[in-house]
Design a protein around this ligand. Structure first.
Ligand code: SAM
Length: 368
């Protein structure tokens, strides 16, 4: 699978769009607000920038792309008043892969600014938006230009499906039945990708600048833990059931693997320490319960976890599934997903594990 070209969330604002099916992620982002608050207060006080550069990496499309930008501007504007400082200008960089629905983001910018000004009850400093359509596993910004980077639920996506996992039959990612070499290949791909990510950001972030990164990860050090790929294992089961009924060819499922790795806190920590350019200020684990999906933003309450999680998974995975299996299977697949998910949930309650870290850029080495 060519991740750069195939991976994107469902665009638009329709009923299967990421914009309308990302409440789980929104709830997860709210769990880490205290970390961002601490980071931006300390960053602003120590640097007092006249222009604050913020980047949202793996922004997708829809309301979640604006949550953190809005939080940051509110905090900074309040600090400026308290400190009697002129408000800075804001440069906001929205990054994702080129297939992302950037237009949807651009169309929302004016309503975002209006809503923010209304909530602040005052004009905010000038705020300029830029789209950055490229993989964050490479350089995407000029040297030393960014103050604050945020990324949620994006860095567990690998740059590619690891090589040498042809024997991961019947699975679509790491699973309890995956052979050991498959787990090793996924972990090594994660190490290569995350260390490259850190190396690139180390050039782009200003001294003292910071990054808040939330991975969909795991608590346990055991890579066979079912905290890991639970939501994907439900999809594997749905696909395998369709193989048994002859709707999908077995070979098609055997050759479908998702480029995802859910790291533990110690695995992310190890890569940061190895790369060496960032200080780890915080490393926390939290859990977004699937229950939190039952309170929809529109006040509708569907007492059906499976229905909500299946919609969320569809918004994330449909383009990738269509690319491999074709369009004909998706309705049936997500109907099955919902049924299987509800069955699993009646046996054990689970959620998504967040691994969040706050990193700050160490001083650059000075030449004498
Ligand atoms: C589940 S969405 C998360 C969106 C949003 N941050 C949120 O929390 O709701 C993951 C996003 O990461 C993006 N992504 C994955 N790999 C990427 C990469 N290498 N470079 C840039 N974006 C990437 C995907 O295209 C997708 O839009």
């Amino acid at each position: 699978m060519d991740v750069t070209h195939v991976l994107h969330m469902n665009g638009g604002i329709g009923k299967s769009s990421y914009a309308n099916n990302s409440l789980l992620q929104k709830n997860g982002i709210s769990l880490t607000k205290h970390i961002r608050e601490e980071a931006i207060r300390s960053l602003y006080r120590s640097t007092l920038p006249s222009c604050l550069s913020i980047a949202e990496l793996g922004c997708a499309s829809g309301p979640n792309a604006f949550i953190v930008v809005s939080e940051i501007i509110k905090i900074v504007e309040k600090l400026c008043k308290e400190m009697n400082q002129k408000c800075p200008e804001y440069k906001v960089f929205m990054n994702d892969l080129p297939g992302n629905d950037f237009n949807n983001i651009f169309k929302s910018i004016s309503s975002f600014k209006e809503k923010l000004s209304n909530e602040m009850k005052s004009q905010i400093g000038p705020c300029y938006f830029y789209g950055v359509p490229a993989s964050f596993y490479g350089r995407i910004f000029p040297n030393q230009t960014l103050h604050f980077l945020h990324s949620s639920y994006s860095l567990h996506w690998l740059s590619k499906v690891p090589e040498g996992i042809e024997n991961n039959k019947g699975n679509i990612c790491m699973s309890i039945t995956s052979p050991l070499n498959v787990l090793k290949a996924y972990y090594e791909q994660f190490q290569r990708d995350f260390s490259l990510f850190l190396k690139c950001r180390a050039e782009e972030v200003v001294e003292g600048g910071c990054m808040v990164l939330t991975f969909s990860g795991r608590r346990s050090e055991n890579p066979y833990s079912n905290e890991c790929c639970y939501i994907w294992e439900v999809m594997a089961k749905a696909l395998n059931d369709m193989v048994l009924e002859g709707t999908i060819k077995e070979e098609k499922v055997d050759t479908f693997n998702i480029p995802i790795y859910n790291p533990s806190p110690s695995e992310v920590k190890l890569e940061v320490l190895k790369e060496g350019s960032f200080t780890i200020n915080r490393l926390e684990v939290s859990e977004v319960k699937f229950e939190s999906l039952l309170e929809s933003e529109k006040g509708e309450s569907f007492n059906d976890y499976g229905y909500n999680v299946a919609k969320c998974m569809r918004a994330i995975a449909e383009p990738m599934l269509i690319n491999h299996f074709g369009k004909a299977i998706t309705e049936e697949l997500f109907y099955r997903y919902k049924e299987i998910f509800n069955d699993c949930m009646s046996k054990e309650e689970t959620g998504i594990i967040n691994v969040t870290m706050l990193l700050s850029r160490k001083p650059y080495a000075r030449s004498i």
